[in-house]
Design a protein around this ligand. Structure first.
Ligand SMILES: Nc1ncnc2c1ncn2[C@@H]1O[C@H](COP(=O)(O)OP(=O)(O)OP(=O)(O)O)[C@@H](O)[C@H]1O
Length: 194
């Protein structure tokens, strides 16, 4: 069992990593979907109320509210899949929750790329809401406010995404498919003998 969380600044390549997982048949849990569901449960349109409900959930149920709600979804996927990818971690508190819930089976991966490259890629991506209003620097500032810096610092593995998309896909594929089983049963005996 492995749960892999991704973290990184806007435009670093987290959605690309999630796309690689999907291609490999690895289930992806997007924490933003938890917020969108909560909007619908409250009879609100997620497109309009996403930010407000994310904040409301944290105020009502603590800073770990969104991670908390994604835990049962992840556990469900783990019934059928050995690996699950979680996209959308935004704070150190959330990282702690996943570490506690999944123990040594949780790996946090930072995806990073230089600011200018991320800005170019975001401009080229054409996602609604990217271009209007907020600049990338403002968005980064807002995400830092949620505790993104702490989450990034807590990463176990760092993957640079400054080259081609193909290179990045290969690296993510390696991470998602590598075998990290328990140490062999006789590992201790070997240490003892040496
Ligand atoms: N190595 C790469 N080469 C070219 N384009 C890339 C590369 N990596 C990512 N991109 C493109 O850059 C854009 C930003 O990447 P992506 O959407 O994965 O970032 P993100 O980390 O999910 O951003 P956000 O935090 O805003 O959701 C996308 O259009 C993606 O296809």
């Amino acid at each position: 069992m492995r749960v892999i969380g991704t973290v990184g600044m806007p435009g670093s390549g987290k959605s690309e990593a999630a796309a690689v997982a999907e291609e490999l048949g690895v289930p992806v849990v997007i924490m933003g979907d938890v917020i969108r569901q909560e909007c619908r449960d409250r009879g609100l349109d997620p497109a309009e109320h996403h930010g407000r409900i994310a904040q409301a959930l944290r105020e009502e149920n603590g800073p770990g509210a969104i991670a908390e709600r994604s835990l049962p979804i992840i556990r469900d996927h783990l019934e059928d899949s050995d690996v699950v990818l979680v996209d959308g971690i935004r704070s150190g508190v959330e990282v702690e929750q996943f570490r506690e819930a999944f123990d040594g089976a949780f790996t946090l991966v930072e995806v990073y790329a230089p600011y200018d490259l991320r800005r170019e890629r975001i401009e080229g991506r054409g996602r609604p809401g990217d271009v209007e209003g907020e600049t990338l620097a403002e968005r980064e500032e807002r995400e830092r406010g949620f505790g993104m810096d702490e989450a990034i610092e807590a990463a176990d593995v760092r993957v640079e995404n400054a080259g081609s998309l193909e290179e990045f896909h290969e690296r993510v594929t390696e991470l998602l498919t590598e075998e990290v089983g328990d140490p062999p049963a006789d590992a201790e005996a070997e240490v003892g003998e040496s």
